[in-house]
Unconditional design. Sequence first.
Length: 309
Amino acid sequence: MATAMGCHSLNQSNTSSVASSVSMTQQLMPERILGKTQVKLPILGLGGAGRTPLSQPGQEQDAIALIEKALTLGIRYFDTAHSYGPSETYLGKILPQYRDRVYINTKTDACDYDRAWRELEESLQNLNTDYLDSWQMHHVSFHEEVDQILSPNGAMKAFQEAKEQGIIKYIGITGHHEPDAIAAALERGNFDTTLICLNAADIHHPRPFSTTVLPIAQAKNVGVIAMKVPAYGRLLQPHLLNGMEAAMGYSLSLPGVHCCVIAAENPTQLESNVKVAQQYQPLTPEAMTKIANLTINAGDDGSFFRRWT
């Protein structure tokens, strides 16, 4: 049986400068309870893949600058995955100093017990921590994957053992492509969180996440994290949405959504996103309809990430 990797040599003495900025800034960002986890988090977290130095080899200096900026801006939710290149390793160079103040989530796309355990051990080493706040099953797309994950020797067995041993706090599942598979998993398994694609163009897709997954998540009090909010910026083109305010406002105003994760290309862009989150106010149904109507003709710009299946 696998065991957690220790990080007892972490230096806790050089945290004061960033920590003081965090305490002053984070109050400006609205917070919500992440479903049944009962963890209170700011509505915006930092994504660890996509158009960001966090997932790019050879960009450690830029990645660290971005992580440090996130901390000073009050970001506490950091999202990554075993398959995101150097993302875990970059985060592991900074976040251990603030371990009791940040929520770290990583993922594995392993469907079987043995590989899931191996990847968990590697992720803990990369992140330089001995526990995860959340560990998620990555981009689950097919009912066959759900069957394998929940089988007697599937990944869920590793997740449950890790949770029982205190190596992870919460179990999650993520999906980019087929909401039916995520809905089925939530019905069949005991999940604490789900990370799904929720943006203003989702409702126009023939298989929307918002109408398929969110009602089940709400009924089970599953913590919902929205991703692909601006569709890697494609929804922010002049002929579509008029800015991140509309993109983030729409996703965060969907019933049952607790927060969102958005990647950033640089500290300046991150600061802009945080300012939008700080100013967020829930949208009325009428305002959400107007925003969604702007994306009716978004086509591939709004759902390019779903074309795999």
